[in-house]
Design a protein around this ligand. Structure first.
Ligand code: ARG
Length: 589
């Protein structure tokens, strides 16, 4: 079977057979697309759902078919012979149930073991993508929302990269807002001698600087005015203001990097300031195409179906979030030549994205169809809640420091390992690495396993539970499989060369089938950009493995070779899932 960068998933293989069948049954209707899905019942592995739709088109007209069931029978009969298929049956109103042949499934798993899991990467039809994620704001707190964006965006990037898409991981940091005016003005008032090299400590505690300057901004009218002028000076390129801006950015950057380093997330910063020089030409283009109108001194774009217009130039002539995003989109499409641009932010920004995507469509940068290339997608996510059901905070007013949160997840995990006596058996750095994998893995998985659009409750006890649907449970499950293989004292590479996978027991077959569906899961997770689909798959994989292992003796059995290969294949796919979720696997626990 064809594998490699353009690997055909089992579902697609079945769909190809159905397509042939439809073509031979209805030669005049070549627009018929096969509808094939994994089966949720035991009558099939895949099912074809075309019959009912076809029936509703042909009924009443002269036709060989007298019922939807008859259409299903017709499709079943017309399916070309294939080594893929073992049995075909038709149920109810024409569902065609297809059972795959064991030998095909077995060979596929064996090939994956020999050629590597990279050969199971589906083709998503995109060469280069931008994933715009994390994107905190300089001098403001990097909050749990940014943590969600970082975790979700990283996982989406990893899935795309697995599918051989070149991903430009973009940190669209807010480094150009009006907050800099007040920050810098405050800095200069407090430290009149400030020249960039002196008084460096002044920006060390950025959070405090931000709070103090905000207070003055709200309370002292003359300061407010000066702060607004400072923005103009900064944006005009004044050297002293530029220097202060750079220093503030670099302090923030160091803070952000601590989080990225812990999470092992790589990102390339192209902040809002980067796109600033591109804005005027972009506004001009929008204007020349007749999109821009004047409204109360501002330049706006009126969009059909929206109550409020999209402001692209403010009353004072300054640019804003939307003008920057339009310029960034222009840059990503024309300079970076990205075919898919994905934005990961909280759902609160949905309207902003919807509006500027619509504007981009109207100016002709994006095609009409939202799934045609080049395309843009807003990946929105819900709030993180505390145990009290309110927005997650440590104290009532203070937001949580992300590094503290991650450190706590790690130290709790470490304590758990010590409680189990691992500190006696392991070297200190193994303990440290395991604690990190468990702690950070738990935080990531707890976030990713939810449908991202819902709010989720941040709960250490729950996410670190060894028995729940958690990364900890899954990492243990993986380590257990590795230990089965270790204890067999067999050389897996040797087994791959001389042995075969044989799906004898029913639970072996269920496991095998779940394994070969992995590429489809990636496809589905990327269709809707939902990492939760991959989490669910991973959790189910550990469940079907447990079922297999509790009914099929592995080490010392007659089927030992095949079963060890199944163990290995499960471990390989589990590790791939971990890696796509940004979780570090552990081989013993
Ligand atoms: N800095 C923004 C925030 O913290 C997120 C930026 C998202 N990316 C974008 N291209 N608008 O809310």
């Amino acid at each position: 079977t064809a594998t490699g960068p353009n690997m055909t998933t089992p579902r697609q293989h079945v769909a190809n057979l159905v397509k042939e069948a439809l073509g031979s049954l209805f030669p005049d209707d070549d627009g018929m697309e096969p509808l094939v899905a994994a089966c949720t019942n035991k009558f099939g592995d895949y099912q074809c759902n075309n019959a009912m739709g076809i029936w509703s088109k042909i009924k009443g007209k002269s036709s060989d078919f007298k019922s939807p069931n008859a259409v299903g029978q017709g499709i079943a009969k017309a399916l070309p012979a294939s080594p893929l298929v073992d049995k075909v049956s038709v149920a109810g109103p024409g569902f065609v149930n297809i059972i795959l042949s064991n030998s095909w499934v077995e060979e596929r798993i064996h090939n994956m073991l020999v050629d590597g899991v990279a050969t199971w990467a589906p083709n998503v039809g995109v060469k280069r993508a931008v994933v715009d994620f994390s994107s905190p704001n300089i001098a403001k707190e990097m909050h749990v929302g940014h943590l969600r964006s970082t975790i979700i965006g990283d996982s989406i990037s990893r899935m795309l990269e697995f599918c051989n898409v070149e991903v430009l991981r973009r940190n669209h940091v807010g480094d150009w807002g009006t907050q800099f005016g007040m920050l810098i003005e405050y800095l200069f008032e407090e430290y009149p001698q400030w020249d960039g090299s002196s008084e460096e400590h002044a920006v060390d505690k950025l959070q405090e600087l931000y709070k103090a300057s905000k207070k003055r901004f709200d309370e002292v009218p003359i300061f407010k005015e000066k702060a607004q002028q400072a923005v103009v000076l900064l944006q005009g390129g004044d050297e002293r203001y530029r220097k202060a801006w750079q220093q503030i950015c670099s302090v923030s950057r160091k803070e952000f990097d601590q989080v990225y380093k812990r999470l092992k997330v790589s990102l390339e910063e192209k902040g809002e300031s980067f796109y600033n020089p591109y804005i005027p030409a972009v506004i001009q283009e929008l204007d020349s195409k007749g999109l821009v109108a004047e409204s109360e001194g501002a330049k706006v774009i009126h969009l059909e179906g929206q109550n409020i217009p999209l402001i692209v130039v403010k009353k004072d002539g300054g640019f804003n979030y939307a003008s920057t995003d339009l310029a960034a989109l222009w840059y990503r499409l024309n300079v970076e030549k990205a075919e898919w641009i994905v934005y990961v932010t909280d759902v609160g920004q949905s309207l902003h994205f919807e509006m500027f995507f619509t504007a981009a469509r109207r100016v002709g940068w994006l095609p009409k169809g939202t799934r045609e290339l080049p395309r843009t997608t807003h990946v929105g996510f819900g709030l993180v809640l505390g145990l009290d059901g309110k927005r997650f905070r440590t104290r009532s007013t203070e937001v949580v420091r992300l590094v503290d949160l991650l450190d706590e997840a790690k130290s709790r995990s470490k304590q758990g390992l010590i409680d189990r006596g691992r500190d006696d058996e392991w070297e200190a750095d193994e303990l440290e690495q395991a604690a990190e994998a468990l702690g950070y893995g738990a935080v990531k998985y707890a976030d990713l396993k939810n449908n991202r659009t819902t709010n989720y409750t941040f709960n250490f006890d729950q996410m670190l539970d060894v028995r729940g649907n958690t990364a900890v449970y899954l990492l243990y499950a993986h380590a257990r499989i590795c230990s089965i293989i270790r204890k067999s004292e067999k050389d897996i590479e040797e087994l791959k060369r001389i042995g075969n996978v044989n799906l004898v027991h029913e639970n072996e077959r269920v496991l095998g089938l779940h394994l070969i569906r992995f590429p489809e899961i990636i496809e589905d997770a990327l269709t809707d950009l939902l990492p939760s689909i991959l989490c669910e798959y991973l959790y189910n994989l550990s469940e079907v493995f447990t079922k297999f292992y509790s009914t099929c003796k592995v080490v010392g059995s007659e089927e030992e070779t095949s079963r060890l290969l199944l163990c290995e294949a499960t471990a390989v796919i589990m590790r791939k899932c971990f890696s796509l979720l940004g979780i570090t696997p552990l081989y013993r626990l």
